[in-house]
Design a protein around this ligand. Sequence first.
Ligand code: ZN
Ligand code: ZN
Length: 406
Amino acid sequence: MDLMQATDWAALGEAELDGVVALRRAIHQDPEIGLDCRRTTAKIRAALEGLPLELREGPSTSGLVAILRGGGDNGRSVLLRGDMDALPMPEETGLPFASRNEGMMHACGHDAHSAMLVGAARALCARRDRLPGTVVFMFQPGEEGYHGARYMIEDGLIDDVLPGRRPDAAFALHIWPTMKRGAVVGKAGPLLASADTLHATIRGKGGHAAMPHDNLDPIPVAAEIVMALQAHIARTVPVTDPAILSITKISAGTAHNIVPDSAELLGTLRTLSETRRREVQEAFRRIVAHVAAAHGLTGEAAIDEGYPVTVNDPRAAALARACAEQLGGAGWVELPAPIMGAEDFAYVLREVPGAMAFLGVAPEGEDPATRAPLHNSRMTIDESMMAKGVALHCAFAERFLATGFD
Ligand SMILES: [Zn+2]
Ligand SMILES: [Zn+2]
């Protein structure tokens, strides 16, 4: 099958833009948080009404999977993902369609992601007859720390897209308000980090601060654990397979003359490989227990596992790059290094080879570097760039269905 001209994909995106902007604004002013984003799902369902899609929902989330079977069946299938959830923070953009829900804001662009994916679904449905395979649209809540993608996978929503098979490839876009308008940014290999939350409790014996010999003071032990963890990172973790371990909170004590019974540490661990993640998790448990034990105290470590490393398959990253270059504009920008944030699209990429890319949405004439970033109460986007997002989704899908990763 001949590949389409890039201009066709760009035109597809432009043709959907008005609808995408309207849907994005409707979602933006009614943000929802977590796994249950049912009003957002309802808006998406309404926008997909009448299209030739098979819809699937699962018990664990308000997520929606829509499957488009093309006119041909060459045995290939491709998943496109958009997340749906907002953040627990006030909005201060002053936009006419700003959040009406107190303390909730779409400050990570997931409103745009959902709307762009609807635009792509509409555009690809209109071209169903020339699609040689199957496209799966994954509308996912609960990205902001709720593991929505994992629940949707566990609910079986991406199973048996074709009999006995999950999709062959997966793609996602994330808008980026501090990147140049229209730039498509990404890399092969690790793109985003794993993110685990670390807790430690050091238990000693409290008493009078003037008689430390009668106590088991947890505070110097907590301090020693913090330093031992940093020494581990500096002296054991290879720079070629790095880890970040930040202790961000230390809590203990009540007054200047009282040694407390216990001290608590809280922090985060970020890595770029599963091997490194497991190694540092183990070191954290060991150092907390054994540094405390060395001083006659006890140390208990607990780890809340967050998202795994988001790893772009090199073939999928190359396909995304080719699409971005073919679409022109600001083209492809190779990310020189991973970003140490985390993303639950990682769960999809753990099951299905694929890639995530960022889309620059800084408005024309504004310096991207000085703009409000993601998760900022004044974060805004150049909505016209959503046409490019739609075009990219269409290009990813059609190109993969046409040629696979070849
Ligand atoms: Zn976010
Ligand atoms: Zn996000």
